[in-house]
Design a protein around this ligand. Structure first.
Ligand code: SF4
Ligand code: SF4
Length: 415
């Protein structure tokens, strides 16, 4: 992409009739390796948050364009792109714009997505974008390239971190709150640190130099220093379950907006919550299923399936995996499969036998069903547990289930 094309591509999002539109610019950053069980909950949280945010913004300044800058990496970036793209269909197209920012020239960056699955996801996310910017190689990398040597990719990710942090009013971060004090160059924490500490040192100068070949427009974006909020959604990573200490439940209310001065207080608070959260049932809880079938019917919801569970149920039913998926499951957000429900019959699970009020695949029912009612969402406080008890006559009845047993079930799947 030549600089002149770049300007022409981007100009309509920032200027109208020669006037700068002063859009609200939101950069996006986050982990590549999101814990898969948290993805749907994150999408829901983000969607709720952004809906509210768009409403408030459009009241404050109607018709102010909102521009998202997105690095397009696997995981968080692509998840946010999908959510924003879905949401903006509810708004006027020109009101919300998505711009892909590649950390390096496109022909170099696509090498990050050489596996067919990640390549497809990258292309899908790119389809949501209105325009793209490819950051140029740093001087050092340009020299390496001229000598025919391999470029240092981390240097380019640092350039992207600096670009995202310095180019926006607000930053959305899908982050686990770790490594703030010692961020890896170019990581999510690095973007956050740079955002909260706008640099006036060499890194910003070198960034400006790096952008020099480009037009005034990019520098105009870069000068956008009026900082608004850092919006973090607590995002557990894939290594989450391997960590010795379980942090927060996936998808826990996570939209925390905070300024630099209050962030340390929030972290401390979060630590306290973490320590307290799973303690209230230390003595165990009573539970014995009364067989009413209530948890297989009622309000609409999801029964998540793993690939393994899908195979097991298909074998149990003696049908192919393809037929099973087509007949009994639905894809949610293009990411995960859930069992179908029957809306005409009080949203019964497709495998609920309403005459016997029993599960027709009981022996191979998914982990989500096996672990009820010991779910994150129901155990995160006594209040949530008491609420669950209202709809499940088995709760607080029968034998005492020890804490250790509850924890094994709770950690099997995050619901
Ligand atoms: S709602 Fe409770 S008591 Fe009824 S079937 Fe489900 S687990 Fe058992
Ligand atoms: S799979 Fe069985 S246990 Fe699970 S919700 Fe459906 S009917 Fe109930």
């Amino acid at each position: 992409m030549k600089p002149s094309d770049l300007t022409d591509d981007l100009r309509p999002f920032f200027f109208k009739d020669g006037k700068y539109l002063d859009p609200l610019i939101i950069s996006v950053t986050g982990h590549r390796d999101i814990w898969p069980d948290a993805e749907i909950l994150l999408m829901d949280s983000l969607s709720d948050f952004l809906t509210d945010f768009f409403k408030k913004e459009s009241k404050k300044r109607p018709q102010r364009p909102i521009v998202f800058l997105n690095g397009m990496a696997t995981g968080a970036d692509q998840l946010v792109a999908t959510v924003v793209n879905e949401l903006r269909e509810e708004y006027e197209q020109e009101f919300i714009t998505l711009i892909a920012v590649f950390p390096m020239p496109e022909e170099d960056y696509v090498q990050d997505f050489s596996v067919p699955e990640t390549q497809r996801e990258f292309e899908d996310a790119l389809d949501c974008m209105d325009a793209k910017i490819a950051l140029p190689l740093t001087k050092n990398n340009q020299e390496l390239r001229n000598r025919g040597e391999k470029i240092h990719r981390t240097e380019q990710y640092v350039l992207l971190a600096e670009f995202l942090a310095n180019s926006c009013n607000n930053l959305i971060a899908l982050w686990d709150g770790q490594n703030y004090d010692n961020p890896k160059p170019g990581s999510t924490a690095d973007v956050i640190v740079r955002y909260l500490n706008p640099s006036d040192d060499n890194s910003f100068v070198s960034l400006q130099e790096a952008i020099e070949p480009y037009s005034n427009l990019e520098r105009c974006i870069l000068s956008n220093h009026l900082k608004g909020s850092l919006i973090t959604l607590y995002t557990p990573r894939d290594s989450f379950l391997k960590q010795p200490v379980l942090l927060y439940p996936a998808g826990k209310t996570t939209c925390v907006t905070f300024s630099k001065s209050t962030q340390q207080t929030i972290f401390k608070k979060m630590d306290k919550i973490e320590n307290k959260m799973w303690n209230w049932y230390k003595e165990g809880l009573h539970f014995q299923c009364a067989g009413c079938g209530g948890c297989c019917t009622g309000a609409p919801g999801y029964v998540w399936l793993t690939d393994e569970e899908e195979k097991q149920i298909a074998d149990f039913l003696n049908i192919s995996l393809e037929e099973f998926e087509k007949t009994y499951t639905r894809m949610v957000y293009g990411l995960r499969r859930s069992l179908k429900e029957i809306p005409q019959s009080n949203y019964d699970c497709v495998f609920f036998n309403s005459e016997t009020r029993q599960c027709s695949i009981y022996d191979v029912r998914p982990a989500q069903c096996r672990t009820w009612p010991f779910w994150d969402s129901l155990l995160k406080s006594k209040k949530d547990w008491d609420e669950a008890c209202k709809s499940c006559p088995g709760c607080n009845q029968g034998p005492l289930i020890p804490f250790e047993e509850i924890e094994i079930r709770r950690k099997k799947i995050s619901v």
